[in-house]
Design a binder for this molecule. Structure first.
Ligand code: PLP
Length: 457
């Protein structure tokens, strides 16, 4: 590898001079210098100094089978030699997207059996938005085009993704969102439940906000509701179990399509292949990406339900939409191998029956009691730790978000990569984590919390 001819300092200087990073304050980056990760193996990443860090985020919620999988590299190599690229436009196809589509149709919830490929979650949501509006136009209802989403939802950072998402700071930089998208309350009990309100009742109330938005516009004006089954980037906000079935019921009552964004939750994260199965719902579209290839190749798959697919086929004519890399043969070969590994190693069952429950218990028993922690929550192998100044009143440290950054920096120094979003610490590790890895992570979090407490008091 040519980078070995450069010192860490040189790499950082070149990075600062020429590389614009995603979601980054570039002035700060130039001052601090980037952390350059050079290699990885199993659950660990290594920086250019050789420091070993346990990766509590699976890269960016994606490396579900862990690092260093030769089989995935070999699948990519073999496919590149045989056919590195051909497109799926103009009635062409290549074998790997064909076989991957069959596999995804087998794994997906009932009634969802067609796939449209892209290279990123943002692209897949762009496709989803266009597709549902196109669907209603084909049904003779072009005015049924409003989309209901949630505040703090994250659906990517293209113009469509940002518009669908409910992140104020992103909207402020947008200079004009895609029209006719509205945002309702998120199902986040820790901050939004009323005193004495049960989790169940809060879930129903949060779902009612969807119904209110439908009634306000008129059902004949609303195309779809979109949401992440568990809000990820917004802070691993896990809805009460009453929420999704009620949302589904409301969508069906008013003939509004249900779109799930499973870019994070898809492929095992919640202990089922899809979180739709965890929450017992049958959506019309499911956006997936990330763990489809465990991040070894960029690939997204929009899974499309029978109703939309039938209209598209029967009434659609040509759908003027697609990407050069839709169904990329190499990315699809890697996805097939990745899903094979997950099945062979029983990773999804392991999350459901072993590591997921152990992770929940470990967070409760070893982290929840800390003075800085207002709440811990998890589902499968995704979890959150709320950092507070006062456990009882839930008062936060000021400025907002600063305390979580302090904890995060200590965690990284302790050898655990996790993420801070607002005042929430997030964990979303590779699904290969074992009970021992969870123990190691909890010990490092506890230490980071102690060190942060000393800084913050
Ligand atoms: N949707 C959700 C729920 C996500 O978490 C993300 C990325 O984190 C996206 C969409 C966008 O995916 P990408 O960054 O691949 O465009």
């Amino acid at each position: 590898m040519t980078y070995q001819n450069y010192s860490l300092k040189q790499l950082q200087q070149i990075d600062a001079a020429h590389h614009l990073h995603p979601f980054t304050d570039h002035k700060e980056l130039r001052e601090a210098g980037s952390r350059i990760i050079t290699h990885a193996n199993g659950p660990f990443i290594y920086d250019a100094d050789g420091t070993e860090i346990l990766d509590g985020m699976a890269g960016l919620w994606c490396v579900n089978v862990g690092y260093g999988r030769d089989e995935l590299a070999e699948a990519a190599y073999a496919q590149m030699k045989e056919l590195p690229y051909y497109n799926s436009f103009f009635k062409c196809s290549t074998p790997t997207p064909v076989l991957l589509s069959k596999k995804l149709a087998e794994l997906a919830p009932k009634g969802v059996a067609q796939v449209f490929y892209g290279s990123s979650g943002s692209e897949a949501n762009d496709t989803a938005l266009r597709l549902v509006r196109h669907f209603w136009a084909l049904e003779g209802k072009p005015e049924k085009n409003r989309i209901i989403s949630r505040k703090m939802g994250y659906h990517g950072s293209t113009i469509a993704g940002t518009s669908l998402g409910g992140m104020d700071l992103m909207h402020k930089q947008l200079g004009g969102a895609v029209p006719n998208i509205v945002h309702v309350m998120m199902p986040y009990a820790y901050e939004l439940a009323l005193p004495g309100e049960s989790d169940h009742d809060f879930g129903l109330r949060a779902a009612k906000a969807v119904e209110d938005a439908i009634l306000e516009a008129g059902a004949d004006k609303v195309a779809a509701f979109i949401g992440e089954p568990v809000m990820g980037a917004g802070g691993v906000k896990i809805p009460p179990m009453s929420y999704w079935p009620e949302v589904q019921c409301i969508c069906r009552k008013y003939d509004v399509l249900l779109m799930l964004d499973e870019v994070i939750t898809g492929y095992g994260r919640t202990g089922e292949w899809f979180a739709a199965q965890t929450f017992g719902i049958e959506p019309d579209t499911i956006t997936t990406a990330k763990a489809l290839t465990s991040g070894y190749q960029p690939l997204s798959a929009l899974l499309v339900g029978d109703r939309i697919a039938a209209t598209l086929v029967e009434k659609g004519g040509e759908f003027y939409h697609g990407y050069t890399y839709s169904g990329h043969p190499v990315a699809c070969a890697v996805a097939l191998k990745n899903l094979e590994i997950m099945e062979r190693e029983g990773l999804v069952d392991r999350v459901k029956n072993d590591t997921g429950p152990y992770f929940a218990q470990a967070l409760q028993e070893r982290i929840a009691g800390h003075d800085l922690v207002g709440e811990v929550r998890s589902i499968g192998l995704m979890g959150a730790i709320e950092i507070v100044k006062d456990k009882v009143t839930k008062e936060r440290f000021l400025p907002a978000g600063s305390a979580a950054v302090t904890v995060r920096d200590h965690a990284i120094a302790q050898g655990l990569m996790l993420r801070a979003t607002g005042d929430t610490m997030i964990l979303s590790p590779p699904l290969i984590w074992t009970r021992e890895t969870i123990d190691m992570a909890c010990a490092r979090i506890a230490k980071a919390l102690d060190l942060a407490q000393a800084d913050l008091r």
